[in-house]
Ligand binder design. Structure first.
Ligand SMILES: [Zn+2]
Length: 99
């Protein structure tokens, strides 16, 4: 038996279902963005392990930033270290191929 109340209740149920779908979409969107922020944070940490802000004026003792000469020397030293590590892990022929 349908009357004005049952129609109003059906309409409210439809509105609640629509709101629940919206909430689910927003939750999925939030989770997606949280995962993306975590990925980008990990990427920043990977390429900026010292956590430099870009405003430092004193050279870092670890990577040499912001002094470009020290930074380049650090990168060259790191490159050499990785070549030696590769040669140790894979074989001495690899070191020649890398150079
Ligand atoms: Zn540093």
């Amino acid at each position: 038996m349908e009357n004005g109340w049952t129609k109003a209740l059906e309409e409210k149920d439809k509105q609640i279902a629509a709101l629940e779908r919206t909430a689910t979409d927003q939750t999925e969107c939030l989770l997606h963005f949280q995962a993306r922020v975590a990925e980008l944070t990990a990427e920043v940490a990977r390429w900026n392990p010292c956590g430099h802000t870009g405003f430092e004026s004193v050279s870092c003792g670890i990577c040499g930033y912001p002094d470009s000469r020290k930074l380049i020397k650090h990168l060259r030293d790191e490159n050499e270290r990785l070549k030696i590590l590769c040669a140790e892990l894979i074989g001495p022929d690899v070191k020649k191929e890398i150079e």
